[in-house]
Design a protein around this ligand. Structure first.
Ligand code: OAD
Length: 229
């Protein structure tokens, strides 16, 4: 069975109503990264950090997978599919994708600030008074700027194993995550879906589909399911 790896970013969930980061009207226009998404921000003003991620969680809880998420699930009929996502929402899983790796964490989880293995499901706002069972404060289970990406090596191995790589809805601006796609085998087929022009340098066997995920992915998936790849 051929392996398809889907590498997704915020644009994947845009048609579910979740804001991207760097488009006009995106989250990093409204918020300062240094005030809400760094370890230093957590030291200086944890309430502001929690408030930012509480809003993200609330919006995720109100959103549903879109046609693009559903199309990826359909690929599992014929391919071994792994989704490597930068997104912290759970929309790939809600649609039914069975193998999803979250590079930047998951907003519906929190963890102890002292012990990253102590994970808890969270379905409402986190407060600075919430505690893990080791007694330490809980923080959102997300990767902040300046922190390591614990899933990086796993993501790299998966991308290296792809026969077909679909890159969708990411500006490829945030490293190290964005650099992962460059580990794809030279001979693998690559399909990049994004309504904007994304620069990726020299990348063999690449087809660009300059369109929104919700319209492009169902078509790309139909093509992959109906032809002999
Ligand atoms: P960006 O906001 O940087 O990029 C979103 C991409 O989605 C852009 O290239 C848009 O053109 C595209 N887009 C918008 N609408 C779309 C649609 N309907 N269909 C397909 N594509 C669409 O988001 P990411 O690349 O995911 O990290 O950002 C990477 C990381 O930066 C995030 O994981 C987050 C952020 O800061 C952390 O917080 C650590």
């Amino acid at each position: 069975m051929k392996r398809i790896v889907v590498f997704s970013g915020a644009g994947m969930s845009a048609e579910s109503g979740l804001k991207t980061f760097r488009d006009s009207g995106g989250l990093w226009e409204e918020y300062d990264i240094h005030e809400v998404a760094t370890p230093e921000a957590w030291e200086i003003n944890p309430e502001l950090v929690l408030d930012f991620y509480n809003q993200r969680r609330e919006q995720v809880l109100q959103s549903k997978p879109n046609a693009a998420h559903h199309a990826i699930v359909a690929l599992e009929k014929k391919f071994d599919v792994v989704v490597v996502t930068q997104n912290i929402d759970n929309l790939h899983e809600l649609a039914g994708s069975t193998n999803v790796i979250h590079l930047h964490g998951e907003i519906l989880k929190a963890r102890s600030v002292k012990n990253s293995d102590k994970l808890y499901n969270v379905n409402g706002p986190l407060s600075i008074h919430d505690r893990a069972d080791d007694g330490s404060p809980l923080r959102p289970h997300v990767v902040w700027f300046g922190e390591d990406v614990p899933m990086y090596e796993l993501g790299k191995t998966i991308i290296q194993s792809a026969d077909i790589l679909i890159i969708v809805g990411t500006s490829l601006n945030v490293f190290p995550a964005a650099g992962l796609v460059l580990h794809a085998k030279e001979e693998s087929r690559k399909i990049l879906i994004d309504p904007n022009e994304i620069s990726i340098g020299s990348f063999p066997n690449l087809i660009k589909v300059q369109e929104k995920a919700g319209s492009a992915l169902p078509r790309v998936v139909n093509d992959l399911l109906s032809n002999n790849h």
